[in-house]
Structures are given as C-alpha cells and as structure tokens.
Design a protein around this ligand. Sequence first.
Ligand SMILES: [Zn+2]
Length: 160
Amino acid sequence: MVIITGSPKKRKLPPALPERLVALSRAGSWDEAREEWELVAAWPAPGGRCLCGSRITQRALLHNTLTGRRVVVGCCCVRHFPNAAALFRALARVMSNPERPLGPAAVEWAYGRGYLNAWERGFSLDARGRHLSPRQRWTRLDIHAALIVRMAAGRGVDCD
Ligand SMILES: [Zn+2]
C-alpha cells in the first residue's frame, strides 16, 4: 500500500495559528503580527507539538522582537513567517540530510547567532558547491552535527 503524503492541505494556514499568535504579539492583525517574529533556533523534535496543535518532527523556536515572547512551531506554521520561513527550510534540509550544504544566508544567520564559529563559517561558505574530499565531507558532517546540537542547547538563552 502506498501512502501519499504532502497533500495541498499542508500549505494552508492552520486555523488556530493566527488567533494564538496575535495574542502573543503587539500588532492586532495576523499580517502585521507575523512580521514581529524571527527564528532563534531549529532542531529535530519527533513527537513535539506546534502552536497550532499539530504534531511536528522538526521544531522552530521563534522570538517576538517587540514583546520578547517565544513560541515553538513546526513546518506546518513556520512557512507563514516571512522572517523565518527560508532560514528554517535551509536548516530543515540539513537536519534531514547533513551531507547537504547549508546556504550562505543560513550560514551567516548561524554565525550571527553564535551557532557557528568563524572557522566553521568560512569552511561552510567555501565548501559550498565544491566537490569535497572524504575528509572535507566528514568536516561538513561534524559542523552540521555541532550546529544542530548548539541550536537545541541554546534554545533557552537570550539572543538579543
Ligand atoms: Zn503548526
């Protein structure tokens, strides 16, 4: 039996999200409120729950720059946040397959948040799109493993 996943429904705005999110934001409308949130960290979390109530396997921690509040959402909802969607997509790709390169915007974001050091940033930017030696492939895997561990561990710290 074949189970088809990824139905078009997944792309729709979960009904519970706007109301819950606006309650935690300064703006009174969903369209303005979602601009207030930015990505703090992402890490694998099988069995976790999104703000909308859905089960999630990868967690995005969002921070409201005006109210200081934090929420956890999954891929069902993070796509609706303009300041987090693309970054989360890049990080989710690496969480699913750590051999994949991390895009430059995500590398700079991770460096700015202290999840990558200067050497790791340089390696990641330099190695992108290149054919890597076996040793360089291991280095990339090490960097991506460290990145995910640091994001998960840093979820309670103040990043501002
Ligand atoms: Zn959700």
